[in-house]
Each structure stands twice: as structure tokens, then as C-alpha cells.
Design a protein around this ligand. Structure first.
Ligand code: UD1
Ligand code: CA
Length: 455
């Protein structure tokens, strides 16, 4: 059976007070609608249609690479109208699942329960929930036998209907041909002058179609985003889920309320994440990786036994086993650190390869460089990689010792075993095993008298 998904996303999200279309607001680092599409991908439907209104260009741009069809709803005439538009070129024999771009936490298993392939083809399935405070939602109406007879929107409901706490999540599934026929009978004679998708329930019921309800296993799943407060609430829910998942895989998280995971994390055993760690993009942590407080790590892989001390930013970098980074280090894109490299405080590494055992412990900038094994980079060493127009490379061999406060003016090469005296400015290549010193010689003026203040 052909399964097609329709995602409604034409709302402007007035209560967000935003120039960004609501469904593009990020939740855990990805647009709201991207969460929905990721869940949809688990169902592997035959087609996905997105109904959009405002901000269509931004929406398409944000979702390039998603294989979906776009349906433009120029006027927001209601959920029934939106689904009707999307259905116009769906084959009648297909089974259709209607989702919402601003309801991002619904799970694939819950949706699978709605689209049963062996059910009566006339069946209409609704995802419902019981809420302690149902206000704002459409209410599910049932007869004396418990059969669903319709859905009434809050604004159209009587006092007694409003006391019903079984609500419509909006998510439903039905055969495309039947849904088209039912929608054709929907009118906009209601408080909002809209074509309500929910009206198909009473129409289908009157036709004798079986109305089936599925209860969401948790009410978290059906939460929608209407305001930035909702967004913050959902963010904590997602973060808590992700922290729990990492803990189940053997990561110690000192405080799950103070870690933010905005990407896909692959972890080994016995890693520790301290407070205020932000992990973005795809990240791989080996075994026994320790990430101290206040660290931002983005698109990086960290080998076994790596320690990131507090207050570092690591992005687009590969850090091999046993490295020690920080505190207060900045590891920038293109940094490739071999095993047991030590990078200390106020050190910046960019687009550079540091071989096994390199130490750069204090106050240095290493950019566009290659550094050989066991080389020591003293405090305050700067690779001068930029001449104002172009970037140049610095090549440093194995077992090189660079004294403190040196400038290495690229392009320049310092060969294996060389030593550079502290305070040198190196503009010429240094041969292997040589000592290079370029600072002025020290001289003494004896019996020097310091100036005195006039009295
Ligand atoms: C809808 C349901 C209500 C349910 C609630 C769950 C209807 C009539 N009511 O109400 O029973 O309890 O969702 O949250 O369906 N949209 C379009 N085009 C339109 C109108 C809406 O794409 O013309 C999209 C919106 O972007 C939104 C979704 O459909 O994502 C729901 O629309 P909204 O106006 O928020 O419906 P509710 O009044 O919340
Ligand atoms: Ca809504």
C-alpha cells in the first residue's frame, strides 16, 4: 500500500513575533520541521508533501536535500483546505498521514499505530490524548457506546463539551480517496470561518466509516509550538531525552539539566560530561573522554582518553587519543592533533597538523602549520601566517624546540632537531639540529643611573 505524508506548515506563527517562519525556529539545533521530517523518514513513506504559506523561500532553502513536494497555500483557509490542496494529486488508493510542522516530538511508533495496512480501507484514525487542562484543543466527542462521533473546536464548543478532556492532536490517517470525498463536504460555517479538517470525523462517522483512536503514549509527544515559551519547554524535553540516551550508553553526565546536545553524538564507554557542555553537529567521543565545565564542541572527533579542560571551544577538529586540551584553548577548523598532544591555556590552533607528543602549553597561535613529533612550542610563540594578502605555511620538524616569545614568519621551515632561541623572529629556514637566535645581543651599561623625580 502506498503511504503519503502531508505536513501542514502554512501557519505564520503570529505568537512567535518573528521574521523567521515558525517551523524554522531551531529545536536542539535543527528546525522544528526537520524533526518532523526525520521521524517521517523512519516510516519510509512513498511521498512527503509540505503545505507552506509564508516564508516559502526560506523554508525551501532550509530543507534543500529533503525529497519532498511543495504545496503552496496562498490563503490560510483552514486545516481542511490545506489538506485538500495537498491531496489534489494524491492517488485515491494511497493511505495518507497528516502531520504538523510545529509538532516535532511525535514518535514513529505512535504514527505506525495510526497507519495500519490491514485495517478496513474506510477507517479514519485519529491520534488523541487526555489532558488535565484541555483548553485550546479540539475535543473528541463520543456517543454512549464510546464511538467517536465528531470533533468540536473549543471556540465552537458548548460548556459541557469543553469539560471533555480527550483532545484532538490534529494528527490523523485515512485513505486518500475517502478523505477527499469527506473534505468536499466540509464547510466554513464556524466561529473561525475556516475549513476544519476535524469536520471530516463527523462526516465519515455518518457514512459508517470506522473511527479509530490511538492514544499517544506520552503527552510530551503531542506538544506543539505556538510561542517561544513552548519552544523553550520542548527544548528541555528534547535535551533531557538526549542526556538520558547518552547516560544509557555509559556516559556520566554530572547534571543532565546543564548539557546541550544539538547534533548526533557517537560515544564510547565511561565518558564524563561536566556542566555547561554544548555539543553541536556530529561528534565522536572515544572511551574515557572527559569534557570539563563550559566547553563548546562542534563537529569534532575526540579519541580515547582525551581530556578537555574547562572553557575551550573546539570545532571541526580531529583530536587523537590521550590529548589534553585547555583550559581556555581554542581549537579551530582544520586542526589535526596526533596522540598525546598537549595544548594549554590561551593557545589557538587553526588548520594545522600537530604530530604525536607535541606540546604547546601557553599563549600561542599555531596557524597553517605542520608540527613534527615531540616538538615543544614555548610560551607566546606565534606563527605569522598572514602577510595581509595571503596565508603561508610554517613547517616545523620532529624534536624541534622553539623557545618562548618567538615569531615564525611564514613561509618558513624549521627542520628536525633544530632549536630556536627565545625571543627570536625567524624569517629564514633553520637547518636540522642548528640553533637559530635572531634577537639582539645583550649588552651592559655599568653603573646605570635611573632618572629621579625633581623634589
Ligand atoms: C487544530 C485542530 C484542533 C487540534 C489542534 C491541535 C482543526 C480545525 N483544529 O487546531 O482540533 O486540537 O490543531 O494542535 O484542525 N495550517 C495550515 N493551513 C491553514 C491552517 C492551518 O497549514 O490554513 C497549519 C498550521 O500551520 C498549523 C496546523 O495547521 O501547523 C494547525 O493549525 P492551527 O490553526 O494551529 O489549528 P488549531 O486551531 O491549533
Ligand atoms: Ca495550533
Amino acid at each position: 500500500m502506498r503511504v503519503e505524508v502531508i505536513v501542514l506548515a502554512a501557519g505564520q506563527g503570529r505568537r512567535m513575533h518573528s521574521d523567521l517562519p515558525k517551523v524554522l525556529h531551531p529545536l536542539a539545533g535543527r528546525p522544528l520541521i526537520a524533526h518532523v521530517l526525520r521521524t517521517v523518514a523512519e516510516l519510509a513513506p512513498d511521498a512527503i508533501r509540505i503545505v507552506y504559506g509564508h516564508g516559502g523561500e526560506a523554508l525551501r532553502a532550509a530543507l534543500t536535500g529533503e525529497s519532498c513536494r511543495w504545496v503552496h497555500q496562498t490563503e490560510r483557509l483552514g486545516t481542511g483546505h490545506a489538506v485538500g490542496l495537498a491531496l489534489s494529486d494524491v492517488d485515491d488508493t494511497a493511505h495518507v498521514l497528516v502531520l504538523y510542522g510545529d509538532v516535532p516530538l511525535v514518535r514513529a511508533d505512535t504514527l505506525r499505530a495510526l497507519i495500519s495496512t490491514d485495517a478496513d480501507p474506510l477507517r479514519l484514525s485519529l491520534l488523541t490524548a487526555r489532558l488535565e487542562y484541555p483548553s485550546g484543543y479540539g475535543r473528541i466527542l463520543r456517543d454512549a457506546n464510546g464511538q467517536v462521533t465528531g470533533i468540536v473546536e473549543e471556540r465552537d464548543a458548548t460548556q459541557s463539551q469543553r469539560t471533555v478532556n480527550e483532545i484532538n492532536t490534529g494528527i490523523l490517517a485515512a485513505g486518500a480517496g475517502h478523505l477527499k470525498r469527506w473534505l468536499a463536504q466540509v464547510t466554513n460555517h464556524n466561529a473561525q470561518r475556516e475549513y476544519y479538517l476535524t469536520d471530516v470525523v463527523s462526516i465519515a462517522g455518518a457514512e459508517g466509516a470506522p473511527i479509530h483512536t490511538v492514544h499517544a503514549p506520552t503527552n510530551e509527544e503531542i506538544l506543539g509550538v505556538n510561542s517561544r515559551e513552548d519552544l523553550a519547554l520542548l527544548e528541555r524535553i528534547v535535551q533531557r531525552r538526549r542526556a538520558n540516551a547518552l547516560m544509557r550508553r555509559g556516559v556520566t553526565i554530572i547534571d543532565p539539566a546543564r548539557v546541550d546536545i544539538r547534533g548526533d553524538i557517537d560515544v564510547g564507554r565511561d565518558c564524563v560530561l561536566d556542566v555547561n557542555v554544548v555539543l553541536e553537529g556530529s561528534i565522536t567521543l572515544g572511551d574515557r573522554v572527559t569534557v570539563g565545565p563550559n566547553n563548546v564542541i562542534r563537529e569534532a572527533s575526540l579519541g580515547d582518553d582525551v581530556t578537555i579542560h574547562p572553557n575551550c571551544v573546539v570545532e571541526h577538529a580531529q583530536i587523537a587519543g590521550g590529548c589534553s586540551i585547555g583550559p581556555f584553548a581554542r581549537i579551530r577548523p582544520g586542526a589535526l592533533l596526533g596522540r598525546e598532544v598537549h595544548v594549554g591555556n590561551f593557545v589557538e590552533i587553526k588548520n594545522s597538523e600537530l604530530a604525536q607528543g607535541v606540546k604547546a602549553n601557553h599563549l600561542s597561535y599555531v596557524g597553517d602549520s605542520t608540527v613534527g613529533r615531540n616538538t615543544n612550542i614555548g610560551a607566546g610563540v606565534i606563527t605569522c601566517n598572514y602577510d595581509g594578502a595571503h596565508k603561508h605555511r610554517t613547517e616545523i620538524g620532529d624534536d624541534v624546540f622553539i623557545g618562548s616569545n618567538c615569531q615564525l614568519v611564514a613561509p618558513v621551515k624549521i627542520s628536525d632537531g633544530a632549536t630556536v632561541g627565545a625571543g627570536s623572529t625567524i624569517v629564514n629556514d633553520v637547518p636540522a639540529q642548528a640553533l637559530a637566535v635572531s634577537r639582539a645581543r645583550q649588552r651592559h651599561i655599568s653603573r646605570w643611573r635611573r632618572p629621579k623625580k625633581d623634589t
